[in-house]
Ligand binder design. Structure first.
Ligand code: HEC
Length: 161
């Protein structure tokens, strides 16, 4: 404390400094970042403690933007590269019946165990009559993000038909 007479130890001045910065005491390295949205940016041997609310906001905005791109492509015959004016939402409104949580699973159409991206490509080639996308094509990645985002909260259940 200022003005306190005879404050003796170096340790007490360290305590005063960290209090003055407004930092919350760290609960240690196992702290779950989701449970500490008020992290202050103070590095205390805990990597997550260095992320701020602003960081979480930026990550959310970027993730939502990625999903929104997928939503746009899902609804756009031209972006999908279709040749007969058909888009995904015509058969899967709001990505219904896409069941991303059931992958990987055996798909009879493909005669093998498929990932979600394989079925997205199957629908691009067949009902949509377009050209299958490379797995790393930004459009396929965005479609996958959108479809998964529509099933938030549904338990994973791979192999389920
Ligand atoms: C003309 C209707 C039609 C259109 C358009 C269509 N699909 Fe499909 N989709 C189907 C049918 C039929 C199936 C097969 C269901 C099955 O056998 O599991 C299917 C299956 C799927 C599956 C797997 C579902 C599951 O339960 O495993 C996904 C994922 C999917 N479609 C995504 C898409 C995407 C992405 C597009 C746009 C590129 C699209 N579909 C366009 C009819 C359509």
């Amino acid at each position: 404390m200022p003005g306190q007479i005879g404050a003796p130890a170096a340790a007490s001045s360290v305590t005063e400094k960290s209090n003055a910065s407004g930092a919350q005491p760290s609960t240690g390295p196992s702290e779950n970042p989701k449970e500490s949205p008020g992290a202050t940016g103070t590095q205390q041997g805990d990597t997550y403690a260095s992320f701020t609310n602003r960081d979480y906001m930026i990550w959310k905005v970027q993730t939502d933007k990625f999903v929104a791109q997928g939503k746009q492509i899902f609804h756009d015959t031209k972006l999908l590269g279709g040749t007969i004016g058909v888009s995904c939402d015509m058969c899967h409104p709001d990505a219904s019946n896409t069941h991303p949580e059931t992958y990987p699973k055996y798909q009879v159409q493909l005669q093998r165990v498929a990932l979600l991206r394989d079925m997205i490509d199957w629908c691009i080639e067949n009902p949509v009559k377009g050209k299958a996308l490379d797995p790393n094509d930004p459009k396929l990645r965005a479609l996958e993000a959108y479809i998964l985002a529509q099933r938030k909260g549904i338990a994973l259940n791979y192999g389920k038909h």
